[in-house]
Design a protein around this ligand. Structure first.
Ligand SMILES: Nc1nc2c(c(=O)[nH]1)N=C([C@H](O)[C@H](O)COP(=O)(O)OP(=O)(O)OP(=O)(O)O)CN2
Ligand SMILES: [Zn+2]
Length: 120
């Protein structure tokens, strides 16, 4: 039996974006509230847990500090601060800790209804 265990967190950050539409406002520094969700999949251990959520929250907090109240253009390794690249960045960070168990990373902006999911 496969279980999916998720934890959601948010971060607020600024960025610019090079685009072919809305060129000028996108190049201006602006901010978003991002909501991210990390999903781990697997079978429960003898304690009945896929992973202990307390550890997952600790690892997320380390990652959150790299993104919250940051200018995303300056975050090393992120690239253009799109939802796609944020999913990839979070995936790489979580994959280091939860290698075989990481199943999905989602990043969304509720204000505009934008959402991106990266799955194994
Ligand atoms: N494929 C993607 N396209 C776009 C992304 C993205 O992450 N992936 N991101 C953006 C922008 O960050 C942008 O600020 C959102 O712009 P837009 O869709 O034009 O909407 P608003 O400017 O109205 O957004 P507000 O959040 O309401 O300011 C664009 N495209
Ligand atoms: Zn933006």
């Amino acid at each position: 039996m496969q279980y999916e265990l998720s934890q959601t967190f948010y971060f607020e950050a600024a960025h610019t974006l090079r685009r072919t539409v809305d060129v000028e406002p996108s190049l201006r520094i602006h901010g978003h509230t991002y909501i991210a969700e990390i999903t781990l999949a697997g079978a429960p251990d003898d304690n009945g847990m896929v992973v202990d959520l307390a550890y997952l929250r600790r690892n997320i907090e380390t990652l959150r500090r790299e993104l919250d109240h940051r200018f995303l253009d300056e975050v090393a390794g992120l690239g253009p601060a799109t939802l796609e690249n944020l999913c990839a960045y979070i995936w790489r960070a979580m994959e280091l800790v939860y290698a075989g168990k990481l199943s999905c990373v989602e990043v969304r902006r509720e204000a505009s209804g934008d959402r991106c999911r990266l799955r194994r």
